[in-house]
Design a protein around this ligand. Sequence first.
Ligand code: AKG
Ligand code: FE2
Length: 280
Amino acid sequence: MSATVSPLSENLGAIVNGVDLREPLSDADRRTLYQAFLDHHVIAIRGQDGLTPDQVLDLSRIFGPELEPHTFTEFHHPDTPLIIVLSNRVEMGGKPKGLADAGTFWHSDVSYKEIPAKATLLYSVEIPDQGGDTLFCNLTAAYDALPDDMKTRLDGLTAVHDYTHSKRDILVEGKVAAPDPGTHPVVRMHAETGRKAIYINPAYTTRINELNEAESDALMAEIFDHCLQDQFRMTYQWQPGDVLAWDNAAIMHSATTKNLDPAKHRTLWRTIISGDGPVR
Ligand SMILES: O=C(O)CCC(=O)C(=O)O
Ligand SMILES: [Fe+2]
């Protein structure tokens, strides 16, 4: 048995079949998974119930050598700080089992830091029969589809990404200290594929540095309207035992867990694969 790759939707993503992640992966399968990640930006491997935390960490390292713990220590997996638990379950005594509403806005993971996350991996432990989809937007295709004059206009612009833009509630509760904002190019060049992608997002990007505030707001609104058209979008419907890995240099995503019925339980494990330097 060896890995095969087929498209997940017209606009982005791929399904990888023919792998059993409970068994050691061959080098050839690891390469196939990584190439599918570069080519399709989001990859899904289904039917992988019963993975251990170590297996999830090993799998995450296909996408980069360094994993990083989430800033929010409260929901680290009991076995390892490199896995954070996302869950709307509440344990006996009222203690939440995980982070209940991570990323319920369009964002690219950790873009607010000088060195953002290269990739993110989610492993679904339990999934409700309805709701809790994750939404994706292909920022590489959105860049390619821009008119040439807009590409020229964006060339050389930089923008500020600030954690406090969308996370004010957590900060007010005093649970985390705000990292210093990051500054990145508005259009980034993928370190491995050389493809360009738009790299601003509604959750964290506060300002295009080279423009005045009104111009910056107007240009960002125009770009977000362009990106969020149906032709660049994919909705991922989870099943238990799914592994999803995505390339934060090529897509943005949004959780929909704010709309989840509290009687329906959703629990995932999440790892963050570190970037290897500033965004270019
Ligand atoms: O729970 C989800 O659907 C996605 C959460 C998210 O944004 C993330 O894990 O980076
Ligand atoms: Fe996210």
